[in-house]
Design a protein around this ligand. Structure first.
Ligand code: NIG
Ligand code: FE
Length: 390
């Protein structure tokens, strides 16, 4: 494999505490990285860098690991502009809007769904996202859930079966029968195409017992649990996530002290999704409280046409710093290494020998500018699996 030396990096976030300044960000100044094919072969001070087949000048800019967006819903058709407009005129967000996207998604061809997915993936990649998780959940019947997962699996290894997004409109009168379908025939058809299983545990979606039944059935088929928990109200989601050793409890907007304690004493990551609170004009999750308790926090977009139609991790970082009590360093860690932890991965979200060669070069001297200069397109170059994509 030909090697590439990226040198003249003014400041490099490695997320490897054995590097640089000894903080969790492992910040190196005047740094260089050698890429060997899809992998990082060397990281250190530019002055000590080994020779490589080609050299690329970072022009004294900052670099960070590519973002790991561990929560998105990108297999869908249509949009929900009218619903957003109504919300911005005072209407509240409710899970019921999901039905609009279910109807549009069922009516779309495979090619149209894949083109839409590719469009948002490219948009995210240009903004520095080099790994993304994505879910089904807008099919809500066996055939449409399975095809969503097959389409997603052509683009990422991090595919999540979410037949339990809401009770399918086809089963509005009989939610118990829908849970039976999800845990039976639908799971059978979907499990081979997914790594994860997710449930929207919320009033108007699935209660704690239904969520436990669905996640447990998924686990028996080899899927690992993650949960949409405590988004719109207090509820059992976070405790259930910890009970089942879910990789992540996502949203975590309404938490009791017991929920925060449970997260802090577990391996379950709290994935915060500020795009959703922004786009639904809801109360922010309190990242400071969760971090101070000692829990691990990830930051992701939740990109979906209803509650959070942004693919921009930098935007989420800026919100988390401004409104959720995170420091810029914490927010950048959470959007990279935190996302990797929420996917139980150690090969991404970090710039370390042997890790995947995923980097974002910023048109800025420091990673702090991602929060300091909100809304400015600072991601100048993206390297994914050792290849420069933009
Ligand atoms: O994560 N909370 C449930 N699911 C999505 C919203 C989906 C939608 O409104 O289409 C979320 O916010
Ligand atoms: Fe979501």
């Amino acid at each position: 494999m030909p090697t590439t030396l990226i040198t003249n990096i003014a400041s490099l976030v490695t997320n490897d505490p054995s590097q640089g300044d000894g903080t969790p960000l492992g910040l190196l100044t005047d740094a260089a990285v050698v890429l060997d094919g899809e992998t990082i072969a060397w990281v250190g001070p530019a002055a000590k860098a080994p020779a490589a087949d080609t050299t690329h000048d970072a022009q004294n800019r900052a670099a960070i690991p590519g973002f790991v967006d561990s929560h998105s819903h990108l297999v869908f058709a249509g949009d929900r502009t009218q619903e957003f407009n109504a919300r911005m005129s005072g209407r509240a967000y409710s899970a019921g809007g999901i039905r609009t996207t279910v109807a549009a998604t069922r009516a779309a061809t495979d090619a149209a769904l894949e083109a839409n997915l590719t469009h948002y993936l490219r948009e995210a990649l240009r903004q520095g996202t080099t790994t993304f998780e994505t879910k089904s959940g807008y099919g809500l019947n066996t055939e449409d859930e399975a095809r969503a997962l097959k389409i997603a699996a052509r683009h990422t290894d991090e595919v999540t079966f979410m037949g339990a997004h809401i009770v399918s409109p086809d089963y509005a009168e009989d939610p118990a029968a829908y849970v039976e379908l999800v845990t039976g025939e639908m799971l059978e058809a979907c499990a081979p195409h997914a790594r994860w299983i997710d449930v929207f545990c919320e009033k108007g979606a699935f209660d704690g017992d239904q969520a436990r039944a669905i996640l447990t059935a998924g686990r028996a088929k080899g899927l690992h649990p993650r949960i949409h928990a405590n988004q719109l109200s207090y509820g059992p989601g976070v405790q259930l996530a910890v009970e089942l050793d879910a990789a992540s409890a996502d949203h975590c907007t309404h938490l009791t002290d017991a929920d925060v304690d449970a997260l802090a004493n577990s391996d379950t990551v709290a994935t915060l999704l500020p795009g959703a609170e922004f786009s639904t004009r809801a109360e922010w999750p309190d990242a400071r409280r969760i971090l101070d308790a000692g829990a691990t926090v990830a930051l992701s977009t939740d990109c979906n046409p209803g509650s959070s139609f942004t693919s921009s991790v930098p935007f989420c970082i800026a919100l988390a710093v401004r409104d959720m009590g995170m420091t810029p360093d914490e927010a950048i860690w959470s959007a990279t290494a935190g996302g990797a932890a929420a996917l139980r991965r150690t090969d991404i979200g970090v710039v370390r020998e042997g890790a995947r060669a995923d980097l974002a070069l910023l048109d800025a001297p420091s990673h702090v500018h991602l929060a300091y200069r909100p809304g400015v397109p600072l991601v100048g170059e993206v390297w994914q699996r050792g290849i420069r994509t933009s």
